[in-house]
Ligand binder design. Structure first.
Ligand SMILES: Cc1ncc(COP(=O)(O)O)c(C=O)c1O
Length: 368
């Protein structure tokens, strides 16, 4: 899509329908498991709901535009998209690199489901990923990582993978395509959860993969058909509907995240803050080079678990929730889920409340 457009315009255009008089401006979901067949067998655009659905196609075309990809495929969740991509790319005998500091259930899937099939799994931190890629067949990078918010230099990693002939998959969940476009930085495939900021209302699960290698996309589509890890057409419609406002929502989330990070940075009750958009964050230089926005997540470390619970209890705006990217500012104490972080480590997901309100609320909750 044209570079002259800003993100909100791109998002609105991506979900716009053809201007056909009498047809809806905002088409509804197509709820169907079976479609009428033709005598001219094989000529039909849709036959059975596990293979294809017009509501997916509309969403997939929009996601492909936002990710600057030739094609996108929707899945029933982010995990469904990621695990399908790993099954298609990591074969018995392959060496697969997964983030040790990224979304924990991806590591679990790799060790519990792929290792027994003969895939060698290397769990490495964002710092170690470049060296590990030198000996890998498939590299899954997550950037910024969830929950520590380290940024991986995708240009550098892409060069290593290309030289070696390894596939580079990038989880773009935390940054979203409005924050960065990994395919233009050297990734072979983007995988992501649309459960978070893209849909943004904490009311559905969805995932997608986007890329421009025809054989990889065809293999993924076949994997989705055979595994059945499809997105319901109602959810596909809900994501398309939400995508039109993602530019506005994400802009406010990023603004609130930066304001929170700035206010909490050096606050006496906060031991440390991570936000890639803070000039003295260790990831700032790489983030500035590859990200258009720094995202809606801020990670902070408080004294202990009780301090995190106190913060939520004393606040009037914060909700305790383990997902992120929704309209509410939310807090998740990540040690609860076994992430390798301190007990008082909390991931804050900035919502779309007024910036001054959310900053004042969090400061008051910390000080009371
Ligand atoms: C970075 C990241 N990738 C993937 C996922 C999985 O997405 P889903 O919950 O939609 O399966 C998550 C979920 O939190 C995530 O944080």
């Amino acid at each position: 899509m044209s570079d002259r457009y800003g993100d909100s315009t791109r998002a609105v255009k991506a979900v716009s329908s053809q201007p056909i008089p009498g047809e809806p401006v905002g088409p509804g979901p197509v709820l169907a498991s079976a479609f009428h067949l033709s005598e001219d067998e094989g000529s039909e655009a849709n036959t059975y709901g596990r293979g294809s659905n017009p509501s997916w196609h509309r969403l997939e075309a929009a996601l492909a535009q936002l990710e600057d990809a030739a094609a996108a495929l929707t899945f029933g969740s982010g995990m469904a998209a990621i695990t399908a991509a790993l099954r298609v790319t990591a074969k018995p005998g392959s060496v697969l690199v997964v983030p040790a500091d990224g979304y924990y259930q991806v590591r679990r899937y790799a060790t519990e489901s792929l290792a027994p099939l003969g895939v060698t799994i290397r769990e490495v931190s964002s710092e170690q990923i470049y060296q590990a890629a030198e000996e890998a067949d498939v590299v899954l990078a997550e950037t910024p990582t969830n929950p520590a918010l380290d940024v991986v230099d995708l240009h550098r990693l892409g060069q290593i993978c290309r030289r070696r002939g390894a596939r580079l998959l990038v989880d773009n969940t935390t940054a979203t395509p409005l924050g960065q476009q990994p395919l233009s930085l050297g990734a072979d495939l983007v995988v992501a959860s649309a459960t978070k900021a893209l849909s943004g209302h904490s009311d559905l699960l969805a995932g997608y993969a986007a890329g421009s290698h025809p054989e990889l996309m065809a293999a993924l589509e076949r994997e989705r058909l055979l595994s059945g890890a499809i997105l319901g057409s109602f959810e596909a419609w809900l994501v398309s509907r939400s995508l039109g406002s993602v530019g506005l929502r994400f802009e406010r989330q990023c603004q609130n995240a930066l304001a929170l990070a700035t206010a909490l940075h050096r606050h006496p009750r906060i031991r440390s803050v991570r936000y890639p958009g803070l000039p003295d964050d260790p990831s700032y230089a790489v983030a500035v080079a590859q990200m258009r926005r720094f995202g809606g997540l801020v990670s902070v470390e408080l004294a202990d678990a009780a301090a995190v619970h106190d913060l939520v209890r004393r606040s009037e705006l914060l909700v305790a929730s383990t997902s992120f990217g929704g309209i509410h500012t939310s807090v998740d104490r990540r040690a609860r889920w076994g992430d390798p972080v301190a007990d008082g480590f909390a991931r804050i997901s900035a919502g779309i409340e007024d910036t001054d309100d959310v900053v004042a609320d969090v400061l008051a909750a910390l000080e009371s």
